[in-house]
Unconditional design. Structure first.
Length: 342
């Protein structure tokens, strides 16, 4: 019997369900999925999953759990497994999706995704998951709450504009809408104060935010949002990986040597990161000559303004990552150096 070198439980996480596959790799580096089963995404399901794995696992060899970072749905399971002392890796979704494409799976289901995650875990050396920094976790909750308030306020303001444009506007309706807007304004201010108080508690984070804010168009709320959504770039290893995680990477539909579809950003990533970069990009284009030149060059090449704005968003996000990793302030000659090196 061939010696088993490693066994992995790959988990496809949804809001209410976990699809778990257990697989092994032997001394000939032959990877195989042994079994697949579904469990509820709550504590009783976690316990049932562990009991099932214990029953079918090979000998006393530790099981390495691998899952995607799927919004917030994976977090309860991650904390549970961490508390149980299990070996766990949480992988960025784009890594898994890229790997699944290499398997040439025609139909992606929860089962095939789980099995793909298992094979990925068996064939890769993965970093062990660390609990998110409590500060970044709190900041993420607050920045997301603020984003939801801003969206709600924008919707009500649009409704208010439409109502006031009516031939016979409803005065009572207008009054209620204004009250709701005032309440949302007040709540947004409360959130900003909470964010400021949290940041003040950590000198290192405060200093880093100041350095990130040296980038044109980037303010403190943007810096906080990016750090919170990436947990201080904990899982990020490159600029390319970061843009893919944010869904700002470019996807093309191709057949042979001809392109069959238009190039567009994937949007398969963290929507909060994309939203956080939108206004800073517009500000940088408006007020910084270097970014204005980048914008103009892309518009002249493609004729699509939104495509140029997205390109600036991507560059700003990459610069934030560079500033963070190098622990330095923004170099105004960065864009010129990038252009010369290309």
């Amino acid at each position: 019997m061939k010696k088993i070198l490693k066994q992995v439980a790959g988990i496809d996480v949804a809001q209410d369900e976990l699809v778990v596959s257990l697989g092994t790799i032997d001394e000939d580096l032959s990877a195989e999925v042994q079994a697949t089963k579904s469990f509820a995404n709550h504590t009783s399901g976690f316990e049932g999953m562990q009991a099932w794995i214990k029953k079918i696992a090979v000998g006393d060899l530790d099981v390495h759990y691998v899952m995607e970072a799927t919004g917030v749905y994976h977090e309860k399971l991650a904390y549970y497994l961490s508390d149980q002392g299990c070996m766990l890796s949480v992988v960025l979704p784009n890594k898994i999706s890229n790997y699944l494409r290499t398997l040439q799976i025609k139909t992606i289901t929860d089962k095939t995704a789980s099995q793909g995650i298992t094979l990925f875990g068996l064939q890769r050396k993965l970093d062990e998951w660390k609990r998110p920094d409590p500060l970044y976790k709190k900041l993420r909750q607050l920045t997301r709450e603020r984003e939801q308030l801003v969206e709600e306020r924008t919707t009500i303001k649009n409704q208010l504009h439409a109502e006031t444009a009516e031939v016979y506007p409803g005065e009572a309706t207008i009054k209620r809408m204004k009250k709701r807007i005032a309440l949302l304004d007040k709540q947004e201010k409360e959130i900003k104060v909470q964010i400021e108080e949290l940041v003040k508690q950590e000198q290192q984070v405060r200093d880093m935010i100041k350095k990130i804010c040296s980038i044109p168009g980037v303010g403190s709320l943007t810096a906080v949002s990016v750090l919170a959504e990436t947990n201080g770039f904990e899982l990020i290893r490159s600029r390319r990986q970061l843009t893919s995680y944010a869904g700002l990477d470019v996807k093309e539909k191709q057949s042979g040597t001809s392109v069959k579809g238009k190039s567009r950003i994937s949007k398969k990533g963290n929507k909060y990161l994309r939203k956080a970069m939108h206004m800073p990009a517009l500000t940088a284009i408006r007020h910084d000559q270097r970014f204005k030149s980048v914008f103009a060059r892309i518009v002249s090449r493609h004729g699509i303004k939104m495509k140029a704005v997205v390109a600036v968003q991507r560059k700003l996000l990459e610069i934030i990552y560079t500033v963070y990793k190098n622990n330095t302030t923004y170099d105004p000659q960065y864009l010129n150096k990038k252009i010369e090196s290309n």
